[in-house]
Design a protein around this ligand. Structure first.
Ligand code: PHE
Length: 347
């Protein structure tokens, strides 16, 4: 390079080229790459200018250096400004693309729920648990003695006909009632007793409201001075919690060999509040369970002094409660595992 004119021309050519080049840059990454290539001390158009200093006559060197520095500073400034602008644009684009619309409905995730029978069972356990009841779980296979004889239903007693029994052998059977558990608990001999006993029971019975297998919740309280009033008091708490505030009970005389007196317990219709509707068949009351004062003979057979202790017992049909609570008219719906039905029955 012989004189400064030639250099000036060269520099303005570079400047023009860079100015054009800058316009074509679309991203900060492109700008970074372009800057790197220009400034590279071995290959870059601006980066190599200093190396050419050697060919410059001494008296022009100072001027040459100044001009090269000028273009370098200019280029740096241009790049800095452009890169800042591009980065800002890119940031905005990212914000835009990552924007979360909090008003969008959330993705529905399939969620399982407990079977309605289990839900109702758990609710009943919780309610009586809050009144201080323990849980006793009996066995599904029982002996004839626990299921019948000890409950004051001896051989050939007509009450055996009330429950069509699945016998496994002359001695063993599938329990027809959780009442069998009462005897086991009383035989343990620890007094006072306050237990509930949930479990499956079996009867050869099959129609819209009966199933060969269903679940019951037995209740048994044995203590000094227990009366039918205690029974109704506890059941009133139970029905209010399970069917809603204001629900109450009514006792009607009934017969069970292991309770004396025995009662059928009705609840006031929680749907029509007693006015009379289809659910309560116009009566304002719905029959829900059997109960009574534990028969003295049963206490005595379990070696409990009936002059000191008395007891009350009740047996709740879990599916019956579930059917009433969820408005189901066929018990089979609770055993068919049809998810279209079960998904709807979640408390
Ligand atoms: N075990 C009786 C039944 O299954 C119900 C019941 C339980 C009645 C406890 C009185 C006391 O029908």
């Amino acid at each position: 390079m012989a004189d400064l004119n030639e250099l000036t021309e060269k520099l303005s050519a570079i400047k023009a080229e860079v100015t054009e080049g800058l316009k074509a840059l679309a991203s900060s990454k492109e700008a970074f790459e372009y800057r790197k290539s220009l400034m590279d001390s071995k290959t870059g158009k601006i980066g190599t200018l200093m190396r050419e200093m050697g060919k410059i006559p001494n008296e022009l060197k100072a001027e040459y250096g100044k001009k090269v520095n000028e273009i370098k500073t200019w280029a740096q400034g241009e790049f800095d400004a452009l890169e800042t602008k591009l980065k800002e644009k890119e940031m905005m684009a990212r914000y835009e693309s990552e924007k979360i619309d909090v008003t969008l409905p959330a993705k529905m995730r399939p969620k399982g729920n407990l079977h309605p029978n289990t839900q109702v069972k758990n609710q009943i356990v919780d309610i009586f648990g809050s009144m201080g009841f323990d849980v006793y779980e009996g066995t599904e296979i029982e002996t004839d003695y626990y299921n019948f004889t000890a409950l004051n239903i001896p051989d050939n007693h007509p009450a055996r006909d009330m429950q069509d029994t699945f016998y496994l052998s002359p001695e063993f059977l599938l329990r027809t009632q959780t009442s069998a558990g009462q005897i086991h608990v009383m035989e343990e001999g620890k007094l006072p007793i306050k237990v509930i006993s949930p479990g499956k029971v079996f009867r050869s019975d099959d129609d819209a409201t009966h199933s060969p297998m269903f679940s019951q919740m037995e209740g048994l309280v044995v203590d000094k001075g227990i009366t039918l009033c205690d029974l109704q008091g506890m059941l009133n708490v139970f029905v209010e919690k399970i069917f809603g505030e204001g629900t109450t009970t009514r006792l009607r005389p009934s017969y069970f060999p292991f309770t004396e007196p025995s009662v059928e317990v009705d609840v006031s219709c929680f749907q029509c509040k007693g006015k009379g509707c289809k659910l309560c068949k116009g009566t304002g009351w719905i029959e829900v369970l059997g109960a009574g004062v534990v028969n003295k003979k049963v206490l005595e057979d379990c070696h409990i002094d009936s002059n000191v202790y008395s007891g009350i017992a009740f047996g709740i049909g879990i599916e019956r409660i579930a059917m009433l609570k969820y408005g189901i008219n066929n018990i089979k719906l609770l055993f068919e595992s049809d998810l279209r039905v079960l998904d709807q029955l979640d408390d």
